[in-house]
Write a protein that binds this ligand. Sequence first.
Ligand code: CA
Length: 590
Amino acid sequence: MKVLALILSACLGVIAVLGAEPLRPNILIIFTDDQGYADLACYGNKKNKTPRLDQLAKEGTRFTSFYSQTVCGPSRSALLTGRQPIRSGGWGMPADEITWAELVRKAGYQTACIGKWDVSNRKAIIPRMPNAQGFDYYFGALGANDNGTVKFHENNEAAGTTRDMGSLTRLYTDKSIDFLKNKRDPGKPFILYVAHTMMHTIIDASPKFRGTSKGGLYGDVVEEFDYETGRLLDTLDELKLFKNTLVIYTSDNGPWNQDKYTKHKQGHPKDAIFWGEAGPLRNGKGSPYEAGYRLPCIVRWPGKVPVERVNDAIFATIDFMPTFANLCGFEVPEDRRIDGMDQTDLLLGKRETGREYFYFNRAGVRKGKWKYLKPDAHFHGYAVDDSRKKVDELYDLEADLGERTNLADQHPKIVAGLKQLMIGIESKNPGKKNAVKVPGAKFQLDYKKKGPHDGLRQIKATLGKDSVVFDVTDQFGIGGGAISLIEGQWPPKVLLRIHLAGLEGFGVTVGDQTFSGSYHGENSRSRKDHLQTRMLDAEGNPLKGRYLVESTGPNSSKRIAGYYEAEVPQSVLKTGTRKIDLRWVDFYRR
Ligand SMILES: [Ca+2]
């Protein structure tokens, strides 16, 4: 029976490994420019008709707490690298940033970028252009279109100029279709990243759409984008790529809806309405209020992503890197801080929760329902809200999505906690200048000071070259504590050593996953939440049995020097979580 159990558990182990094989879908990212949270009918717009994107939402999941960034360049460096713009550089993204395109290409994918690049300072600097940053094929404009002109590049070569802004949505769609039909290698999965120039100033629609919507020229542009996106989706059907293609539609930042911006901008077609919709959200592009960052996001993957689902979990473009790593089968870079987390389970409907927090560039942070903005929160000039007092701001986004009632004075502890969280996020990234060097890490160790009993209780950290060991001692035997990473990144090996005589209860919570290292009997390894825990002597040699106690007579026993050891799975640490919570119970507690 014992042998059978062993074979069974070995088989389960094999099945688990097979189950973890990457799914390797094709991925199509459709990224609009400056399109607001509420520009689409399925996000509440009453004027614009967007049947194709509304249909896409029915065929997949519509996210309602999805965050990009607040302006173009930073939004793109964050999307491409999984790193906050304070690390990934925005318009000035350095050549040594690592994009998911570089990594997925090494994992056997073909990659293409069509449209607006905007992370090479709008210049033709070859090491910072798409081909050098992981894309096998590129066609588009390196910068924006503020002056009504766009210069194209095909791969690294200049490829003409246009002043016909109304032609761009169709052109980029045609180029995307051409990639799928004529340039794609059918032997490889692909990621196609389509970054439209519309609805960025100078807006325009093609003659077929101009003057046709109820939303003025801006509405025409939105409706043309919807139509062209439909044409691209039809191509997936036509090429039988519908089923195995994960489609992600979102926008780079919030809409134009500020007088300072829209009323002074020159050069639009006569009588153009230059105003996007943010629905219930405050402010717009360039602002750290919700309308600057929170964008529509629709994800479709037939048979995988739940249909007709609306989900309010916190999800962000920075999460694409670790999510693609899981789906496509590559490792995220370990020599630098990655801010994103793997959202595969959220996409696949295996969980409904997302990020614990989201950081607003040099402005604030949201954790759960609470959003904090610091007094000198960064706003781009046109987004400065003159009615804003420069004080700590705290909003309850569940009760007050429009960020109207500042609760900072009522909740000083929450404000203090969010400020502390921001300090951790904004801490210097030691890996950036010297990417080869493994950065140092700093931890904050907290244990429950007040328990039902007194006694020594502590957590000690020992940082090695590629590892960190946390030694937990507890004189009484029942306790808990937390390990927080406040600087740097988790080393490749994170070990917990619990110095108790008989570890009876042992819980480890990392992010939103809880593991049990408790004794579960022989079949413990088949438990999904099992954390393998070994019993070792003082020299680190494995010991058999269950307790660090040996019998010395009928009624006497003595303690064996040693400890219990468990390794925290890297898979959960890679999700970007920065905290490990611990609980322990000693069988021999006093
Ligand atoms: Ca933009």
